[in-house]
Design a protein around this ligand. Structure first.
Ligand SMILES: [Mg+2]
Length: 261
């Protein structure tokens, strides 16, 4: 495996890279400590739409990571900033209760809204809720999706993610959702600007070949795929997307970067 050199900043996915469900994946804190000891910046970039940023920060802190909430970028935060900048800053939020606090300050209503936000409602995506989202979008509201992942994996196995539900609304309305999470190019461009880093010296580490690897690659960011989390060999074999390196887990990242102790 070729060593990836010259990296100055790392975008780290959280689910499937540092944690599986609520359990830590071994080697995460040691790797981040190693990166930071060498002056390599770390930003935690997640498509999680089930927990607010504050909770993610608390969880990571408990696992031994040192970070502030500004070090974590999640789709709800990006969506809120986007809607606040719009002329019609009212929104209907179809998001997990847990993530509501990340939308603080928005005018939230269920009728005559400027935007509809789809987050991960899990088993609360009932036909009635999908009809409501459909009607609001069909009658002119912007459709914003916090992410469009196909599936994810928790301790119970593979599960449908938000993407299939977003696709259903797009199909019914003939309109495209604006995706504010990975792999949207706008998301990665925003990340580079926010952190003031250049793509060629930045690395994205993730377990999702599409959301993490493909999304980052389109902007020239280097990529590493870990084999933990949702990494699925059959799916990887069927895709033409090639990360710069594939490693067993986050514990192997220093070796891939040639910065082992
Ligand atoms: Mg992941």
């Amino acid at each position: 495996m070729a060593t990836i050199r010259g990296i100055q900043h790392v975008f780290l996915d959280i689910d499937g890279v540092l944690m599986l469900g609520d359990l830590p994946i071994p080697g995460g804190t040691a790797t981040v400590n190693k990166l930071e000891s060498l002056g390599i910046g770390v930003t935690y970039v997640t498509n999680t739409t089930r927990k607010p940023r504050r909770k993610l920060q608390e969880q990571l802190q408990k696992l031994g990571f040192h970070l502030t909430d500004n070090d974590i970028i999640c789709p709800a935060i990006i969506a809120r900033e986007k809607i606040m900048r719009m002329k019609r800053s009212s929104a209907a939020l179809f998001v997990n209760d847990g993530v509501m606090e990340d939308f603080e300050g928005l005018r939230v209503q269920r009728r005559d809204v400027g935007s509809v936000v789809m987050g991960d409602l899990g088993d609360k995506f009932t036909p009635e809720i999908l009809d409501e989202i459909f009607r609001l979008t069909f009658s002119g509201a912007n459709l914003i999706a916090l992410q469009k992942n196909r599936f994810w994996r928790d301790q119970g196995g593979l599960r449908l993610d938000l993407g299939p539900y977003v696709a259903a609304i797009e199909y019914a309305t003939g309109r495209r959702a604006e995706i504010v999470g990975k792999p949207s190019p706008g998301y990665f461009r925003g990340l580079l600007e926010r952190q003031q880093v250049r793509p060629e010296t930045t690395l994205m580490v993730g377990d999702d070949i599409e959301a993490d690897v493909h999304g980052a690659q389109r902007l020239g960011i280097k990529t590493v795929l870990v084999k933990t989390g949702k990494y699925d060999f059959d799916f990887i074999k069927r895709t033409t997307i090639k990360p710069d390196a594939v490693i067993p887990s986050i514990a192997d990242l220093p070796a891939a970067l040639g910065i082992e102790a």
